[in-house]
Each structure stands twice: as C-alpha cells, then as structure tokens.
Design a protein around this ligand. Structure first.
Ligand SMILES: NC(=O)c1ccc[n+]([C@@H]2O[C@H](COP(=O)([O-])OP(=O)(O)OC[C@H]3O[C@@H](n4cnc5c(N)ncnc54)[C@H](OP(=O)(O)O)[C@@H]3O)[C@@H](O)[C@H]2O)c1
Length: 281
C-alpha cells in the first residue's frame, strides 16, 4: 500500500454530516434533549421529532428549533407530546411518527427523572417512578421504534440508538439529605442495558450506545447543583474547571449519530470533564 493510499479517506468532509436523517428525541422539550435536537438539525437532519409530556413545552421547543437560522433548509422539528412512562403512550407516539415518515435513523432515548430523599424516608413511589421511566421505558421505546429504526438501516449505514445514562450510574450519585438511590441504580441499569441491546440489535443494523453526562445545568440538575455548593464550587472541583454546556451534548450526540461513530456499538461515553475519575458526579 502506497503512502498516497494510506492517507486517502473517502468523503471525509461529510463524516459528521447527518444530511437528510430522521431523528426522534424523547425528553426533547428542554435540557439535554433540546440541546441535542438543536445539534441534530444543524448537522443536517431533515426531521427531528420532539416528545415530552407537556404539549405546550413541546410546541415552544419546536418553534425555537424551527426558527434556527443554521438548520438545513426545509428541515423540520415536529412536536408529538407523549408520556414515555406509559406503554400505550409509547405506542401512540410510534403511530404518530409513522404518519409522516417510513423510517427513523436516530433515536435519542433521553427522557428521565430523579428523586431525592434520605435513606430512612425514601418512598416506594420514588423508586418505582424513576426505575420505570429511566430503564423500563427506555427499553420499550427502543422495542416499539425498532421497526422504524430498522426499515432503512444497512450494515454500512446503520441506525443509531443513543441512551442517556449518567456518571451517577458509574460513580456514586448524591447521598445524604438528597440521596438519589433509585436514580443511580436506574442509570447503572440503563448503561448495562445499552450493552445488551448493542449485541442484540447490532446484527440487525441498529447500533446502541450510551452517554453518561456529569452535571449540566438544567431543570433537573439545578437543585442538585445548588445542594452541592453551586456552579462556582463545582467548576473549581472539576478537572477541566467547568460544568457541561449545551454544545457538549449536541456535539456528542451528533458524533454518535454520524458516520464517524459507525463502528461504535455498546460504548458508554462519559461527558463530565473527567469528574467521575475523582469519584464525583
Ligand atoms: N442535567 C444533568 O446534569 C444530567 C446529568 C446526567 C444525566 N442526565 C440525564 O439527562 C436526561 C435529561 O435530563 P435534563 O437534565 O435535560 O432534565 P430536564 O431539563 O428536567 O428535562 C427532562 C425532559 O424529560 C421530559 N420528561 C420527563 N418525564 C417524562 C415522561 N414521563 N415522558 C416524556 N418526557 C418526560 C421533560 O419534559 P416534560 O416535563 O414535558 O415531560 C423534559 O423534556 C435525563 O435522562 C437525565 O437523567 C442529566
């Protein structure tokens, strides 16, 4: 092989492009899901379905996304409110999505919830609700979307499932006054589930990977950030001296959905500036 052959890469300039791809983002109305949706549209997706429970939140999100000046011309964000914690709602979501596309290329299974309480007072409902949404619903969202995910997928252009875990599923989560026992357990479970699904679905041309974010300011995380001393203290404690920001999630999700990541399957990528290496979220 000549040196010229070794440096020749085919179509490298498009390796991160999502030109014409169709994506579904659960928990897409705000926070990490909305950051990812913005990235997916700006990387070339033609349709991005946004779903969460509240219709008005989904509408507000798609209005903002559709006003993005840098999205692909003609690309659309589409709102389909649904409660991911209910199987019938997941089925209705799939039916609604199927009305305007015959396939999807990317599923960002991101909707999640948490619960904070002391060990002594931790309620059964705070366990069930979190495990159901963060683990069981992720499984059934993938199962019910599988026909659409596999419809246009091939070995060389596989569909992608990206699951939002957390570094709380790798290192310790929050303990003490605001302990997140069910959340940490749910995130460890869903990261493990991603690996099992990667082996099950990979041969069927659907790759499954997970992200494990550290702290990103969001409606869910802001309370925890304050309880742990606030943004400034947490930035100081972080190995790269900051918390997560929207483009960190957008860039990572676009990468995992792109040709650049077409040989990643069953991977868990932490996005926390290295904090988990210090045993912190
Ligand atoms: N922010 C962080 O620091 C951080 C760190 C690690 C992992 N994560 C994970 O990232 C994901 C997103 O969290 P976030 O920080 O972006 O939180 P967020 O701002 O509170 O957003 C949560 C999203 O999920 C939706 N949602 C909640 N329950 C739902 C349900 N039953 N069905 C459908 N949608 C539902 C919410 O909309 P509705 O209220 O309208 O349903 C919202 O769109 C979660 O899985 C979370 O565990 C976050």
């Amino acid at each position: 092989m000549s040196a010229a052959d070794q440096v020749q890469l085919e179509n490298f300039s498009s390796i991160f492009s999502l030109e014409g791809k169709v994506a579904v983002v659960t928990g897409g109305s705000r926070g990490l899901g909305l950051h990812a949706a913005s990235g997916l549209l700006q990387a070339g997706c033609s349709k991005v379905y946004i779903t969460s429970r509240k219709p008005s939140a989904c509408e507000t999100a798609v209005s903002a996304l559709n006003a993005l000046p840098t999205k692909r011309p003609g690309a659309q964000a589409i709102s389909i409110p649904a409660d991911s914690s209910s199987l019938t709602e997941i089925e209705r979501l799939v039916t609604e999505v199927s009305k305007t596309t015959d396939h999807i290329d990317i599923l960002f299974a991101n909707a999640g919830a948490t619960w904070g309480e002391t060990f002594e007072k931790f309620p059964e409902s705070g366990f069930g609700k979190v495990m159901d949404l963060n683990v069981k619903s992720v499984f059934f969202t993938i199962q019910k979307f599988f026909p659409l995910l596999s419809a246009a997928a091939t070995r060389d252009d596989p569909s992608r499932v990206i699951i939002t875990g957390s570094v709380a599923g790798i290192t310790l989560g929050s303990l003490g006054e605001n302990a997140t026992f069910s959340y940490s357990a749910s995130k460890a479970a869903v990261l493990h589930m991603a690996k099992n699904l990667a082996i099950e679905l990979g041969p069927r041309h659907v790759l499954v990977n997970a992200i494990a974010p550290g702290l990103y300011p969001s409606k869910m995380a802001n309370g925890l950030i304050e309880l742990q001393g606030g943004v400034k203290d947490l930035e100081e404690a972080s190995p790269n001296k900051r918390l997560g920001k929207p483009e960190d999630i957008a860039g990572l999700v676009v990468f995992l959905a792109s040709r650049a990541a077409s040989h990643l399957n069953g991977s868990v990528i932490t996005t926390d500036g290295g904090s988990h290496l210090k045993g912190k979220m």
